[in-house]
Design a protein around this ligand. Structure first.
Ligand code: WT7
Length: 632
């Protein structure tokens, strides 16, 4: 990691001030005051949020902090699905729409809270029939359909720990995740649908479980778009058959606040992904509070987050947070450019979306195709816009604000991570927005930008983004690898190191620059260079590989791979495409390099570590910096 750095920010400081009505109506009306209240009594602040939710037994203590291990809501008992479902079914939200699913062709499926509740209970009972008990791990590898959400909630209902694997991952990535979690059950579907084509999922599962001894059964949702799927009866069970004849009620398992809720894998700087572990109580409070306050969500809102539930954004802000607050959630198996570049705007118009949460990479794609697409649709229902996953550059902010928000809707650019579980930095609704800056730590969070020693940088300077205090939705460990957990808290003294570089503005706003480590954020997806490198070297032609993120105006970064071939293999265009295909099959389409360059030698330190920084500097035509450790 480099030392802190100075930044020159040319241009005037420009702010966008939302209409005062936003502030007047907001749950958090005064950011400054709320933040001060938090600082005055941090645990009291979180305790007040927790009181809004229902617990089978309340806590003895809000926080027990033994650096770097936190226990939140000590000895409290709860079930998150009780707060997502039962609580609403018992009140005025019983017949409120909980979930609207949209398919690519505009098909719709609608679930009220009551209907969702019964579906979750039935599937939970189905899982019980398979012998799933509290603490068992269940892998969910599904398309973006209601059954995926139901499967997640059903696991949580009975205390099973879900590990959702994004449907875009390939055989090896899936196998690795199933094995690491020792999943007993895999839940999948025959196909996923993308741009009018069906893409098989079950066949990938079939291969991925060949060397996965923990798997006892595979539950298969048949979408019956093509032909009915044939099931291997010894191993596979039909999703709806499993639910036949079971009661529509299922008592929620009593969970301790610190019992695990789920594992979600994220890239790290080694070839093996990290199983980030989140627990029940703190995660519930953190996602509930942020959904309510960051989106300023009201009972009448129609909320759409475009993320897949395979990512943390989907876990926290499609499923758990929004259902905890009782929102109407839209789930769309849609891509931004199919059947045309108006697909998202049509959904907003048709469903009257009021809160829209998406990624900068999509915003930049829309910006490129021009205003005529959103201009064809009535977007006047929109009230609040959100962004997540990578820096929202000022041009993209301004376009989003003007062309989509019609110079009216506040934009919440939310910085957070799989590890943080909840949103951490943003500009709260109603506060002045500064393009290029995510904003400030939300009330409840203490963030800072520091140098390597942990000393805060002077305003106007850059350094490492850190979190100074524990927060309820923080990761508790890395599954079966606590050592990697401790690294987060022992890289810079006395704080959690996020791995991002950031700049602290003179006004206290924080600008996120990008990753400081070997992780590439491409189109909002988090990909480890090491993971791609190990996929490449698993190809028979490859001796060595180094992978870098190459800045790209649309996707933020593209993956470029430098490859040394084994003796006997010749560079060719054909081999390039073979290697790209190989990565696609091993990790999945999301990790495909867009460029491959054959090399005779890679820049390395004398101890043999590849210096990706040097490759990147050469690629971008900039100064590589200190190369004193470079071997001859
Ligand atoms: C990394 C975490 C949790 C959201 C989905 C990604 C980058 C996230 C922002 C933002 C600038 C952002 C960071 C972070 N990131 N949000 N608003 N502005 N960068 O979750 O896969 O765990 O990736 O995404 O680099 O460390 P993730």
């Amino acid at each position: 990691m480099a030392e802190s750095f100075e930044v020159s920010m040319a241009g005037e400081e420009k702010y966008y001030i939302p209409d005062p009505s936003y502030k007047e109506q907001a749950w958090t009306k005064d950011y400054g005051r709320a933040y001060k209240e938090f600082l005055a009594d941090k645990e009291g602040f979180w305790e007040r949020q927790a009181h809004h939710l229902e617990w089978f037994k309340k806590w003895d203590k809000v926080l027990e902090w033994n650096y770097p291990y936190a226990k939140w809501f000590v000895n409290a008992k709860l079930n998150i699905t009780y707060n997502c479902l039962d609580r609403h079914v018992a009140n005025h939200r019983r017949n409120k729409v909980a979930l609207i699913w949209r398919g690519e062709e505009g098909e719709e499926r609608i679930f009220t809270y009551k209907k969702l509740y019964h579906e979750v209970c039935r599937f939970a009972n189905g899982l019980k029939k398979l012998g799933v008990v509290k603490g068992d791990r269940v892998c969910i590898y599904m398309p973006l359909v209601p059954e995926q959400v139901i499967a997640m909630l059903a696991c949580a209902r009975i205390g099973a720990v879900h590990s959702v694997v994004f449907g875009g991952f390939g055989v090896n990535a899936l196998n690795m995740r199933i094995n690491d979690a020792e999943a007993k059950i895999v839940i999948t579907a025959d196909v996923t649908i993308r741009r009018g084509k069906t893409i098989p999922l079950k066949t990938i599962v079939e291969e991925a479980i060949i060397n996965a001894p923990s798997v006892e059964k595979v539950v298969v949702l048949s979408r019956e778009v093509d032909q009915p799927v044939e099931l291997h009866k010894e191993m596979e069970i039909d999703y709806y058959e499993l639910m036949e004849g079971v009661p529509a009620e299922c008592k929620p398992e009593v969970m301790d606040a610190e019992d695990p809720l789920f594992i979600l894998y994220t890239s790290g700087s080694t070839g093996t992904p990290k199983g980030i572990v989140h627990t029940c109580g703190g995660y519930m409070v953190g996602t509930y509070y942020t959904t309510l306050n960051v989106f300023d969500l009201k009972d009448t809102d129609v909320y759409w987050c475009t993320a897949d539930t395979g990512w943390i954004t989907g876990h926290s802000y499609v499923v758990y947070g929004p259902f905890c607050v009782g929102a109407t959630v839209v789930l769309a198996e849609a891509v931004p450019d199919y059947p045309d570049a108006g697909s998202y705007w049509k959904i907003i118009q048709d469903l009257g979306i009021t809160i829209f949460y998406t990624a900068p990479t999509a915003i930049r794609m829309f910006m490129r195709v021009g205003d005529e697409w959103p201009d064809k649709y009535d977007l006047s229902s929109l009230r609040i816009l959100g962004s997540v996953g990578e820096p929202l550059n000022p041009e993209a902010f301004e376009w989003y604000y003007r062309a989509i928000g019609k110079d009216r809707c506040p934009v919440v650019d939310t910085w957070w991570q799989t590890e943080t579980g909840m949103q951490m930095i943003t500009t709260m609704v109603g506060e002045p927005m500064r393009p290029g800056f995510a904003g400030k730590a939300i009330p409840g969070v203490v963030a800072d930008v520091v140098d390597k020693q942990g000393t805060p940088v002077a305003p106007g300077n850059g350094g490492f983004l850190v979190i100074r205090e524990p927060w309820p939705a923080m990761l508790r460990t890395v599954y079966k690898n606590d050592e990697r957990y401790r690294t987060y808290w022992h890289t810079i003294p006395d704080c959690y190191t996020a791995g991002d570089l950031a700049v602290k503005g003179k006004d206290g706003n924080i600008m996120i620059i990008g990753r400081a480590d070997d992780i590439i954020i491409m189109a909002g997806h988090n990909i480890g260079t090491a993971e791609v490198e190990s996929a490449l070297v698993s190809h028979q032609a490859v001796a060595e590989a180094a992978v870098i993120g190459k800045p790209d105006p649309l996707k933020g970064n593209l993956i470029k791979a430098f490859v040394i071939l084994r003796v006997g293999f010749q560079p060719s265009e054909k081999l390039k495409s073979d290697l790209i295909y190989h990565v696609r099959m091993t990790i999945g389409p999301i990790a495909m390099p867009s460029e491959i360059e054959f090399m005779d030698k890679l820049p390395k330190t004398r101890s043999g570590k590849i210096m990706r920084r040097v490759l990147k500097a050469k690629e971008m035509g900039i100064d590589p910096g200190d190369v004193s450790t470079l071997e001859e």
